[in-house]
Design a protein around this ligand. Structure first.
Ligand SMILES: [Zn+2]
Length: 297
């Protein structure tokens, strides 16, 4: 990992150019990208998760649930009076924390997401989110770190590749993109020409080695998104920074292919140790992102 503390690069530059919206929930930094689109950023936690509120004429959707440390549902009610639901790009721990506060949840139908919904994630899997220096902002009132975990949640819509999620005047198209996890999707809105990339791409350390990850599938997913480039202009990732130029997808595809082919000799190697998980990984640095893969691809 790079030297220094994770927060040394904060605040990230893009945020000074965005319209900040004050809300009653200081855990979340909220930015209005359009009157129908908000970025909701957990800037006080290591993962720097980014959620998006997309508001149609009939209903609104929140893309990803974040850590669940704040009350995402109450925040959404301050920003829109439309009925709303939650849609997950995948079910890693930093995306499902908010599920506890939503009655309607949509997620890609896969063994991994089925298990996530049925079991939730216990303290052993959620605890790292609030450990040590991973939180640098005061916890919001009502949050009890001692009892933090992700309970099971009820999925009200199981998604498939190609599904269209209509909001009234806005339609999110489901693009199945495994590789970071087996249940990962991206979302394409052809009218606004945005692509929500989830964890397939963000300006940080993108991974293919976590449980459910698959580097070959990741390459195929990147290729599919590069092929779709005529239909979007701007990326909306699930971490760190919104509004990233789409050309990053070309660099990401090349990076993933070069790593797989063994063409890159500059990397750092370390063991990634988590609960019941210990794997040797390599970290490759590129222009605005890093790629971390298993050493034995
Ligand atoms: Zn993830």
């Amino acid at each position: 990992m790079p030297d220094g503390d994770w927060w040394d690069i904060l605040p990230r530059r893009v945020y000074s150019s965005l319209e900040r919206v004050e809300t009653s929930q200081p855990w979340y930094d909220v930015y209005r990208l359009h009157d129908w689109l908000y970025a909701i950023y957990e800037g006080g936690q290591y993962d720097e998760t980014l959620m998006y509120l997309v508001i149609g004429c009939e209903r609104a959707v929140v893309v990803d649930g974040g850590t669940g440390i704040g009350r995402l549902d109450l925040l959404v009610e301050e920003l829109t009076d439309k009925p709303y639901f939650l849609l997950l790009t995948h079910t890693h721990n930093d995306h499902i924390g908010g599920c506890k506060d939503f009655e309607e949840i949509a997620v890609y139908d896969d063994a991994m997401s089925r298990e996530s919904a049925a079991m939730g994630l216990g303290r052993d899997k959620m605890g790292e989110i609030i450990e040590g220096d991973n939180v640098i902002r005061e916890f919001p009132p009502g949050f009890d770190p001692a009892s933090y975990y992700a309970p099971p949640y009820r999925v009200t819509r199981w998604l498939s590749d190609g599904d269209r999620v209509g909001l009234g005047g806005r339609t999110l198209e489901v693009i199945y993109t495994p590789g970071h996890s087996s249940d990962h999707i991206c979302l394409l809105e052809r009218d606004s020409r945005y692509l929500w990339t989830g964890d397939l791409f963000y300006t940080g350390s993108v991974t293919t080695y976590l449980p459910g990850g698959d580097h070959d599938a990741f390459i195929d997913s990147c290729r599919r998104l590069v092929d779709l480039m005529p239909h979007y202009e701007v990326l909306l990732p699930a971490h760190n920074e919104p509004l990233v130029e789409k050309e990053m997808m070309v660099e990401l595809l090349k990076a993933a292919e070069d790593v797989k082919a063994g063409r890159l000799t500059e990397y750092s190697e370390s063991r990634s140790v988590a609960v019941n998980y210990d794997v040797l990984v390599r970290r490759y640095q590129f222009s605005r992102f890093a790629l971390i893969t298993r050493a034995d691809l």
